[in-house]
Design a protein around this ligand. Structure first.
Ligand code: SAM
Length: 623
């Protein structure tokens, strides 16, 4: 006769044959450490199965496991037992899923990721009783993430006193109480806002390879985040560290200190290791350009073809015959297949790039080719920003060369995500270190780039070109109109000493603005109705030496002026996106000097998005 415990489901105990137990469909993670399974098997043989596994009865005398996969594996693989005691729970599938997740949450050896997954399971089971909720997304993660994000955004709007629609109010009234009560009744109670901010991001913003490693090594949340940072800094070192289960700190290599496992390093230590590595990488990057080997003509042609640069231009640039480029094509396909195979068999991207002497972004382009944009964000370890504030701590060293004014590839990727689609044609008129072209490779967009400096050895895709204010010309045939112009010019008076002669950065204010006026008009003339311009700039104010109150506006160029110019040249501004600069470049000393002088710094940088204003064009034509 089944009994019912305080969890309100009837159950009984019985000895059952282990071959009649089917695996749990609710167990997502399949990593079990063999050594610890062996130890568990020995302990069960010695002391018996202290805690029975939980099963759900199925048809034809079979059972489905709800909880206890580790114990069952240990018994199957490391004992000669055939019958075990089991708790037979008389429950439906939903209850089984909840019990499985709750049991998981109470496991002592649970990694942070598994614990978050188990929590998601429970929330999803509970909320799943609402049919409307189930339409929110395809997977439990998607549904829980969307629901909590929405509730959180409504809560924030209310707090700020912004308008909240009736629909949103209803949604919040309907779900907030329910969500709070589910979180309160979890085996380990939590606050849902904190779960959204600190836990869920481990599944939404961290690439799956880091998640897998985190489970395998039993890492906590902070360690997992630090490991994700390491993966971002260097996929190769991440690969080594997780494979060897240790961090090669200098004093770890002397035989005097005991060798620590990855999980024994604190998050702080993993983070410091990643940061030090990043500093070293940066230094090496600086030397790279001079030391870098020249890419072969075949690789150059493959890269440029992948970026959608027409053969006739490639031939001209590489000084080869057009037919030669066509002859390369089958070889390229073979080569791309090799890249795929190497990646599948566990080689990491920097290693593949080094092995074949190709640029890393070309390898990314092959690996990510079949993926969706969202998958690309995830694989690159870039959290996808949903709002109009794209702040990134740092540039991503995998994309673009070390270059004065280099921008984060994440910023370019977001522009591509929101304003272009697969295979669209992107123009970068002032390409600098090539971050736009590199990001286009990873996101399968075509890209034509131009800049003053000719770097044929390593950047064949960037054509040398001078935008000459006295004689502005468009460098491509009239028929090839871009889908996006990503325009990141040198800012007024900034970095003038770093760029080549001819750079607009040291023009006078009048000449600088006139240059933009002419170039915006030229860009407008060579655009189609669906073209978008993405123009990145910041206010120029002579803030560094003067108290804010005394700044001379005659000396300044505010973003508003560029906006006016754009509108006057036939562009309609559609979006203003904040892309703030990091304050990290200001030392404590500089900040206290600024504060002493009441100097107001600038970290605001804005991406202005515009599209051709059809009406304006008509006006202009009438003029
Ligand atoms: C801000 S940087 C671009 C940085 C780039 N987006 C990156 O992340 O590496 C601006 C570039 O404009 C180029 N430039 C400046 N004046 C130019 C001109 N008149 N014609 C062509 N390129 C020019 C400079 O050489 C510089 O590389």
């Amino acid at each position: 006769m089944p009994i019912t415990d305080n969890k309100n489901y009837p159950f009984s105990f019985s000895m059952i044959d282990i071959t009649k137990i089917d695996p749990s469909p609710y167990q997502h993670r399949k990593y079990f450490d063999e050594n610890s399974l062996r130890e568990l098997g020995a302990s069960i043989l010695r002391d018996g199965l202290i805690e029975p596994v939980i099963v759900q009865p199925q048809k034809k005398g079979r059972f489905q496991l709800i909880a206890g996969e580790r114990r069952l594996r240990a018994i199957k693989d490391h004992t000669n037992m055939t019958m075990i005691q089991a708790k037979i729970a008389d429950v439906d599938d939903l209850q089984a899923r909840r019990i499985s997740a709750a049991e998981n949450l109470l496991r002592e050896d649970l990694s942070a990721i598994e614990s978050i997954e188990a929590t998601i399971e429970i929330i999803d089971v509970e909320m799943g009783k609402e049919p409307e909720y189930l339409t929110v997304g395809k997977t439990p993660l998607e549904r829980v993430h969307k629901l909590l994000s929405k509730l959180d955004s409504i809560r924030r709007s209310k707090e700020r006193g912004s308008v909240v629609s009736e629909l949103e109010k209803d949604l919040s009234n309907k779900y907030v109480g329910q969500v709070e009560s589910i979180f309160k009744n979890l085996p380990k109670p939590l606050k849902w806002q904190s779960f959204l901010m600190h836990d869920l991001i481990l599944l939404t913003d961290i690439p799956s390879i880091v998640q897998t490693a985190s489970v395998k090594h039993g890492l906590n949340k902070a360690q997992t985040k630090a490991l994700a940072r390491l993966e971002q800094v260097s996929a190769k070192v991440f690969h080594d560290v997780t494979k060897k289960d240790s961090i090669p700190f200098k004093d770890q290599n002397n035989n005097l200190s005991p060798k620590l496992k990855l999980k024994e390093f604190s998050a702080r230590e993993i983070q410091t290791f990643a940061e030090d590595l990043e500093k070293t990488n940066k230094k090496n990057d600086q030397k790279k350009d001079t030391l870098q080997q020249e890419f072969s003509t075949e690789i150059k042609a493959a890269l440029m073809t992948r970026l959608g640069i027409p053969h006739v231009r490639i031939a001209q640039r590489l000084n080869i015959h057009r037919e030669t480029i066509s002859k390369y094509a089958p070889k390229n396909d073979e080569f791309f297949n090799k890249i795929h195979q190497d990646f599948k068999s566990g080689s990491c991207i920097p290693d593949i790039a080094q092995k074949y002497v190709v640029p890393q972004p070309l390898v990314w382009s092959v690996i990510l080719q079949e993926k969706t944009d969202q998958e690309r964000f995830k694989d690159l370890n870039w959290g996808l920003r949903t709002w109009d504030n794209w702040y990134f701590n740092d540039v991503d060293h995998r994309f673009g060369d070390d270059w004065p004014g280099r921008i984060p590839a994440q910023l370019v990727a977001h522009t591509l995500f929101y304003f272009t689609k697969e295979n669209d044609l992107v123009f970068d008129p002032m390409a600098g270190g090539g971050v736009v072209a590199d990001t286009c490779l990873a996101f399968n967009r075509r890209c034509w780039s131009f800049d003053l400096l000719d770097r044929i050895k390593t950047r064949p895709e960037i054509e040398p070109f001078l935008w000459d204010p006295e004689n502005l010309a468009w460098p491509v045939p009239a028929g090839k109109k871009p889908d996006l112009i990503f325009f990141d010019p040198p800012y007024f008076k900034k970095m003038a000493e770093h760029y080549m002669k001819g750079s607009i950065s040291d023009f006078s204010k009048a000449k600088y603005l006139k240059f933009f006026k002419d170039l915006f008009s030229l860009m407008r003339e060579h655009s189609k109705p669906s073209t978008r311009i993405a123009f990145l700039n910041a206010d120029f104010r002579d803030f560094q030496s003067i108290p804010a109150f005394d700044e001379d506006p005659e000396n300044a160029i505010l973003l508003l002026e560029y906006a006016k110019l754009l509108e006057n040249c036939g562009w309609k501004i559609t979006h203003l996106i904040d892309c703030p600069l990091s304050t990290e470049r200001f030392t404590g000393n500089m900040v206290s000097k600024m504060q002493g002088k009441r100097t107001l710094g600038i970290i605001r940088r804005t991406l202005i998005i515009g599209k051709p204003n059809i009406l304006h064009k008509n006006d202009a034509m009438q003029d």
